[in-house]
Each structure stands twice: as C-alpha cells, then as structure tokens.
Write a protein that binds this ligand. Structure first.
Ligand code: TRP
Length: 355
C-alpha cells in the first residue's frame, strides 16, 4: 500500500494589509519550507467573502498577497502559487464536506463565535461553513502539512475530523476501489483516502502582539496604525513605530522569567528573536540589563534590514499586474490538474455519476 507524499499547503486571506504578524506567523515559514517540501500557497479569496460579501478591492488585495508571497521569496516555478477561486474543485469538495461535517462541529469553532458576534442567526451560512472550505483547500491536494498561526489550530483539528469521518464512512468503497493510503497516527497505522493533516505551528513569534498593547494581537483592524508594522512600511515608518512602541520603565531582564507580566517587553524580545533567528534566551542574554533606549534602536535596525527590502520588492512587483496575473493563472492551471485528479476519485467513492 502506498503512503502519502509529503506536501505543504497553506493560505492567506486577501483582506486588509499584511503586517509583521502575518509575515512572522505565516509567510516566513512558507518560505522556509520550500527547501524540504513541495508546497502549494494559495490566496483564499473565497474565504474573504464569508464575513463580508462586497469588497471594492478584492482583486487588488489578491494581487497584493501574491506580491507579498513572491517578495518574501516564494518561488512560483518550483512550487504553486494561485488564488482559490480559480480552482472550482475547492468549492466542490467543500460541498461534500458540508455533508460530512456536523452543524455542531461548526458551531463550536471559536473563530465563528468571534466573527459572528452576538447576532449569530444573521451571520452568513458561508461564515459557519468556513472551516469546511478550509478543509477542502487542504484535502483537495491531499496535503500532509499545513503551516499556520496558532489561531488556526482548531480549524486544522476539524480538518482531521472531516478526513477521518470521510475515511470511515466510505472505508468499504475506498478499499474496493483500491484507493487506500497508509499513514501513521501516533504509534498506530491507519489507512484512508484523505491524510490526517499535521499543523506546523512551532517557532518563535507565531503570535506577534500590538505595539501599543502587549495583550492584544497585532491586527489589521486596529484603528491605530502605530500598533502594527505593515509589510509595505518603508524604513522610516518601521523605525518610528518601534521607537514609539509601548514599553515599561524597567530595563530588560537577564532571564526569561523576568519577562513575565511584562507583555510589551516580551513581545519586542519575541520579534527580535524571530527576525534574527535567535532564541528569546539568546536575545535576553545579549540585552539583559539594558534600557529600551538601547534595545529599541537595535530592534529598529534589525527590522529595517529584514523588512524594508521585502516592502520595496513588493512595490516593484505590484507595478506589474500582468506578471502577477500570469503567475496566478499558471499556478491555477497546475493546481487545477491536481485537484481534478482527487475529485475524480471522490466522485467514484461517493457514487456521484460523473465521467
Ligand atoms: N483560515 C486561514 C486564516 O484565516 C486561511 C486559510 C484558508 C488557510 N484556507 C486555508 C490556511 C488552508 C491554511 C490552509 O489564516
């Protein structure tokens, strides 16, 4: 029996501008994984209409995330970069998963509860079914690994639940058709048509906090632009925001425990560690006992060195729409060919007469 080929899939929504949190929590990891895996990176435009249907600039935002992927160093020739709506098999598989998943599973999702707010009855059906489309994004390629920020962990657990229920519900058909693939789950060997996808979450600064309030996540919807470093910020803006970042009056501690109860200090140390590829302990050993008046300029220099080239490359790429659209079209064709193959088997398994 064959085994699943390791394959990475991930996606970013084209809503709002990308910031440091998206870069450190997601895109930078996407770049790093290219050397060890085949990767598919998607701009999930159909997800972005679940919270709000009408976006004046959806196409522009889709190009902008694509430009960020490329500027950060993702290679669209070796790997696949495309936007979700170009490959209709995502929506098709999501429909089947809507019939696999239970309403109760969706109702328990914390992201749904947060986004739907108090008036749940009035949320779109798409917002409720969001995780089902996300599972389809991943499983239409039978991807085995998904790099995400830790806020997406629950959605990945649901993706495994959907894969497992599909594998169980159709186990006889899958075996009859010879479509079983073997995988290891912990110590056990199980088999099925869809892999039980693993999240890739580790690494420093998966959670980057607001520069104005260390207890809140850095967010594109924060009204204060000083709270975040946008991926399009130039060197001056980056330095200014770090200079103005909220801190406390004490010097940096020399031990990690000393960061407890100091969320702003902890956040800046985490950002420094992530950008310099050091551990937080190494950063603390270097800067322990120093004032923020010393640490902040060092962090600003580091952030400018790492981020300003990405911002300028992004601006350069964004000037060439035809190039971006060409990348997405080519990626969409290659992704579509893979997705089509999976759907042919899914039709056979489910018994949808469609040849
Ligand atoms: N829900 C993810 C987010 O908001 C985006 C996403 C959609 C995604 N489909 C995906 C991430 C598939 C990983 C894999 O960040």
């Amino acid at each position: 029996m064959s085994a699943f080929k390791p394959l990475v899939f991930s996606g970013v929504q084209p809503t709002g501008n990308l910031h440091l949190g998206n870069y450190l929590g997601a895109i930078r990891k996407f770049v790093a994984l290219q050397d060890s895996y085949d990767c598919i990176y998607c701009v999930v435009d159909m997800h972005s209409i679940t919270a709000q249907l009408v976006h004046a600039d959806l196409a522009e935002q889709t190009r902008s995330i694509t430009a960020a992927y490329l500027a950060a160093g993702i290679d669209p020739k070796k790997h696949i970069v495309f936007n979700q709506s170009r490959v209709p098999q995502h929506a098709e598989l999501a429909w089947i998963f809507n019939c696999v998943a239970r309403i109760g599973w969706m109702n328990r999702m914390t992201q749904f509860k947060d986004k739907a707010g108090k008036d749940r009855e009035n949320a779109s059906l798409g917002l409720l079914a969001y995780p089902s489309l996300m599972a389809a994004d991943i499983l239409v390629y039978r991807a085995t690994h998904v790099p995400v920020g830790d806020d997406q962990k629950q959605h990945l657990e649901l993706t495994r639940d959907i894969a497992q229920k599909f594998n169980n519900d159709f186990s006889d058909r899958i075996a009859e058709l010879g479509l079983e693939v073997e995988m290891e789950v912990g110590e056990e060997k199980v088999n099925g048509f869809f892999p039980l996808t693993e999240p890739l979450i580790e690494g420093p600064a998966t959670r980057v906090m607001s520069l104005r309030d260390g207890s809140k996540k850095m967010s594109k919807s924060d009204p204060s632009d000083l709270s975040r470093i946008n991926l399009t910020d130039d060197a001056d803006a980056i330095s200014k925001k770090i200079r103005k970042a909220k801190t406390d009056p004490a010097p940096l501690p020399s031990e990690l425990e000393g960061l407890e109860g100091r969320p702003e200090a902890e956040n800046l140390v985490g950002i420094y560690a992530a950008l310099s590829d050091k551990t937080r302990q190494e950063v603390i050993s270097e800067f322990g006992g120093q004032q923020f008046s010393v640490f902040k300029p060092a962090l600003a220099d580091l952030a400018v060195e790492k981020l300003a080239p990405i911002a300028s490359e992004m601006r350069r790429i964004l000037d060439d729409k035809a190039f971006i659209d060409g990348v997405l079209r080519d990626g969409g064709e290659r992704a579509g060919a893979l997705a089509q193959k999976t759907m042919k088997s899914v039709h056979e398994i489910v018994g949808l007469l469609n040849d």
